[in-house]
Design a protein around this ligand. Structure first.
Ligand code: AMP
Ligand code: MG
Length: 412
């Protein structure tokens, strides 16, 4: 029997996360492709995107009202002569050449401000009679006008390479006319391998002591959500030969995710087989619950995570450790974990020593968030976890947290 990992180490949650992040910073993405803008949500930019012209390209009015000279409104009320109108999208030939002293030009939001005017006065502060507008409020030069190039100059980088495209980045791409051939990194191919003699696939009828494979499917969903391309390798038996064959296959992908077989049981053989592949282990456990036996390493030049098989442990350890690596393989810096804070609805009692990420239910409205740990029956409870919508973070040094205390919450 091969030896257990020599470099084995159980790290604190924070140290384990940092170890993953360090590797994720270094790992290269594997290719670039051009895709349509409408498919680009969640993809990672492979090239910077620059402004194709000044933003805005003209002095844009921010309000409906009148383009005026601010100095004309030093004494109030003031009356100005309305000498024209500019609509958004106005033909340049139709824009009044100049707003002269004592004059105003009616202007609409998004229209170019005519020369001579240095402010836009909101229509709400005016009354119009025939072609004369009476003004009851002063404006300062520059009010309600966005200067040419104030948002960005032509050629300026608007989106850096390595940006994951969210809807606001999509807006930027549309603004610069990038409809096709958006340069993005290819999605990393993530092999998913479940292990266990008791596990049968979803299309099979489980025997009395068998369990349907849920981990491959929850992981595939998490991988997709993280921007990866999940490849299901099926279920390895708790036997060296079965594990060997499927692990060899899995190490042909960009990342291998295993579940199960990393606890202390007699048939938990995953690490032992990984050793045969020359694996180096960066950690073989983290002081967390659920998910303590989580393993991170590299073999044949490929990273792998061996995640504990309890369904909730698999889910949590993916979020805490595998996701940042998928960020790295996708061509971006690993994104930060973001925590909300909420008041605990009812008391939580735990043992000290492990940082806990417990399925909870976030409720309440607006800034008034409450979170509750009710109705969850441990790391195997898939249904209870599906009823939850977040993970409550319990620090390792707390035995009891009272109702009403603030706790950190990781949103799902
Ligand atoms: P293990 O980490 O292999 O000791 O498994 C821990 C628990 O998770 C056991 O109760 C397994 O039956 C269960 N389990 C392991 N793999 C899966 C899977 N792919 N789908 C659902 N449950 C699993
Ligand atoms: Mg097992």
């Amino acid at each position: 029997m091969a030896a257990f990992p020599q470099q084995a180490a159980v790290l604190s949650f924070e140290d384990a996360r940092h170890v993953v992040e360090e590797h994720a910073f270094e790992v290269p993405p594997w290719g670039v492709e051009g895709i349509d803008l409408l498919s680009a949500l969640g993809r990672v930019l492979a090239l910077p995107i620059a402004a194709d012209r000044d933003f805005p390209p003209f002095r844009r009015a921010m309000r409906d009202g009148y383009a005026v000279r601010a100095a004309d409104l030093a004494q109030l009320p003031a009356t100005l002569e309305v000498v024209g109108e500019v609509k958004a999208g106005a033909d340049p030939a139709d824009i009044p050449k100049e707003v002269k002293q004592g004059q105003a030009v009616a202007i609409m939001t998004g229209a170019p401000t005519p020369a001579g005017a240095d402010a836009v006065l909101m229509v709400e502060y005016t009354t119009l009679q025939a072609n004369r507008v009476t003004v009851t409020r002063a404006v300062a030069a520059g009010d309600n006008i966005v200067p040419v190039g104030s948002e960005a100059r032509q050629g300026q980088v608007l989106l850096e390479q390595g940006t994951r495209l969210d809807y606001s980045a999509i807006a930027v791409m549309a603004s610069v006319g990038k409809q096709h051939n958006v340069p993005v990194y290819r999605r990393p191919r993530i092999a998913i391998l479940s292990t266990g003699d008791e596990i049968v696939d979803v299309n099979e009828v489980p025997g009395p002591t068998q369990i349907r494979n849920s981990n491959s499917y929850s992981l595939a969903a998490q991988v997709t959500d993280a921007g990866g391309d999940p490849r299901l390798l099926g279920i390895a038996r708790d036997q060296v030969e079965s594990l060997r064959a499927l692990i060899a296959k899995g190490l042909g992908f960009d990342l291998l995710l295993l579940t199960g077989g990393v606890s202390m049981g007699k048939y938990d053989l995953v690490e032992q087989v990984l050793v045969e592949f020359g694996a180096e282990f960066f950690f073989t456990g983290a002081q967390i619950q659920p998910g303590r036996p989580v393993v991170f390493g590299r073999a044949r030049g490929k990273y792998f995570f061996a995640l504990p098989g309890n369904p909730v442990s698999t889910m949590v350890t993916f979020e805490l450790f595998a996701r940042p690596m998928i960020d790295g393989l996708s061509g971006m810096r690993p994104s930060r974990l973001v925590f909300l804070h909420a008041r605990l609805k009812s008391e939580v009692k735990t043992k000290t020593g492990l940082k806990r990420f417990l399925p909870g239910k976030l409720s309440g409205e607006f800034e008034d968030c409450e979170v509750d740990l009710s109705g969850w029956h441990g790391s195997g409870d898939v249904a209870g976890t599906a009823r939850a919508n977040c993970y409550i973070v319990i620090p390792p040094d707390r035995e009891r947290i009272a109702a009403g205390e603030w706790v950190a919450v990781m949103k799902r």
